[in-house]
Design a protein around this ligand. Structure first.
Ligand code: HEM
Ligand SMILES: *[C@@H]1O[C@H](CO)[C@@H](O)[C@H](O)[C@H]1NC(C)=O
Ligand SMILES: *[C@@H]1O[C@H](CO)[C@@H](O)[C@H](O)[C@H]1NC(C)=O
Ligand SMILES: *[C@@H]1O[C@H](CO)[C@@H](O)[C@H](O)[C@H]1NC(C)=O
Ligand SMILES: *[C@@H]1O[C@H](CO)[C@@H](O)[C@H](O)[C@H]1NC(C)=O
Ligand SMILES: *[C@@H]1O[C@H](CO)[C@@H](O)[C@H](O)[C@H]1NC(C)=O
Ligand SMILES: CC(=O)N[C@H]1CO[C@H](CO)[C@@H](O)[C@@H]1O
Length: 329
């Protein structure tokens, strides 16, 4: 008896087989092969229809996946609407600029029509992120494991405490990712998603207008390229501007490539959290390697798979939501 316990414990420690990742192993590629063979095709079709006319959607959807996974795991809790009694994750500050919910609804409607009650919203989010980012490449950039089930809890304050802020430094970023069983490599690689999409001025304006509390046009974060900082100042105008946005990768803002790392090395990372990746030797070495496009895309495959397995609900846990915005009654 005791023997088995010790063996189980060793298994647990060696393979992180206990607790948080206990069910991650239950995910697999092609989970719906028998139960809903058209599922993945439907997702990619609806995504193609939407992304073709709206390339910015890819950034929205991969960010949606990240914000979902970092709060209660990848369980589509971010999709749940607030009710009279509950302020949900999507209505928390960090989610203020998350988008793409309508496209998830459209996919869910199409999938429900083909196979009612089979495909989880959480899996749709994971597939939609992959397919939207991959669309310009005409081939899937990474493999998506499926078999996630949907959570039944969504609490705004949990988004505030679990989503890393753009003001985070290296050590707070590392602990944020560690709390989701992700390492330094994952942090540096997944931050590369900032190769697409936009950031609003108020996410970085302290760096260009009020870095040390002087609140003047020369109070600029010294880790920021000065010419770039001046450009950002002209674009943003003032410290409280929350309407203007800038591309995070100024040169190739809709192309999913390794250019994020090139920018970083030129001190043009937009957020403190981006610049922070150069403040640690190990992370900075990784940045050097990831400047190579092939290295980046390969590493991204692994890290996004790990992100997609955070605290997943599988088997009979959770539910398959009928409407991604509402917990089944
Ligand atoms: C490392 C910690 C991270 C921090 C602090 C962070 C923070 C932010 C912030 C503040 C924005 C801009 C929001 C706005 O102003 O509208 C943003 C945008 C974005 N983030 Fe992150 N992020 C992080 C990691 C990630 C990860 C892991 C992914 C995906 C794998 C990701 C994907 C994106 C994308 C694609 C956008 C652009 C969204 C759009 O264009 O609407 N981020 N992030
Ligand atoms: C809100 O809470 C009240 C009292 O606890 C309950 O009667 C009501 O059914 C709840 N409404 C919803 C929409 O959950
Ligand atoms: C990082 O930020 C945390 C929280 O704001 C702070 O306590 C810590 O001193 C900072 N670390 C460094 C190295 O600046
Ligand atoms: C500038 O930064 C200082 C120190 O962080 C802060 O006390 C002050 O409120 C900021 N100024 C404005 C206008 O937000
Ligand atoms: C800051 O700049 C934005 C964009 O130009 C503008 O909408 C806003 O009114 C300005 N706010 C202040 C306080 O000047
Ligand atoms: C921007 O800031 C203004 C003034 O502080 C606020 O009323 C408004 O709700 C904010 N808008 C967004 C999109 O956060
Ligand atoms: C899309 C969405 O629901 N955004 C919400 C995020 O949270 C803010 C509050 O901080 C709401 O105002 C937004 O509506």
């Amino acid at each position: 008896m005791r023997h088995y316990f010790v063996l189980a414990l060793i298994w647990c420690v060696l393979f992180l087989g206990c607790n948080v990742e206990a069910q991650a192993g239950d995910l697999k590629v092609g989970f719906y092969k028998k139960s809903c063979p058209q599922a993945e095709q439907i997702v990619s079709k609806v995504i193609a229809q939407n992304v073709a006319s709206n390339p910015e959607l890819a950034a929205k959807l991969i960010r949606l996946f990240f914000h979902d996974c970092f709060v209660r795991g990848c369980d589509a809790s971010l999709l749940i609407d607030s009710t009279a009694n509950n302020t949900a994750e999507k209505d928390a500050g960090p989610n203020a600029t998350v988008g793409g919910y309508e496209v998830i609804d459209a996919i869910k409607a199409a999938v429900e029509e083909a196979c009612p009650g089979i495909v989880s919203c959480a899996d749709i989010v994971a597939l939609a992120a992959r397919d939207s980012v991959s669309f310009p490449f005409d081939k899937p950039l990474w493999e998506v494991q499926t078999g996630r089930r949907d959570g039944t809890v969504s609490i705004a304050t949990e988004a505030r405490t679990n989503i890393p802020a753009p003001s985070f430094n290296y050590s707070t970023l590392v602990s944020s990712f560690a709390s989701k069983s992700l390492g330094v490599q994952d942090l540096v690689v997944l931050s590369g998603a900032h190769t697409i999409g936009i950031g609003h001025c108020n996410s970085f304006s302290k760096r260009i207008f009020n870095f040390t509390g002087q609140n003047n046009a020369n109070d600029i974060d010294p880790s920021l390229d000065l010419t770039y900082a001046r450009f950002l100042q002209r674009t943003c105008q003032n410290l409280s501007n929350n309407v203007t946005s800038v591309p995070m990768d100024p040169t190739t803002s809709t192309t999913f490539d390794s250019h994020y790392y090139t920018n970083l090395k030129q001190h043009k990372g937009l957020f403190t959290s981006d610049a922070a990746l150069l403040t640690n030797g190990r992370a900075s070495n990784l940045v050097d390697k990831l400047v190579d496009d092939g290295n980046f895309l390969n590493a991204f495959k692994n890290s996004i798979k790990r992100m997609g397995a955070i605290q997943v609900l599988t088997g009979t846990a959770g539910e398959i939501r009928k409407n991604c915005r509402v917990i089944n009654s």
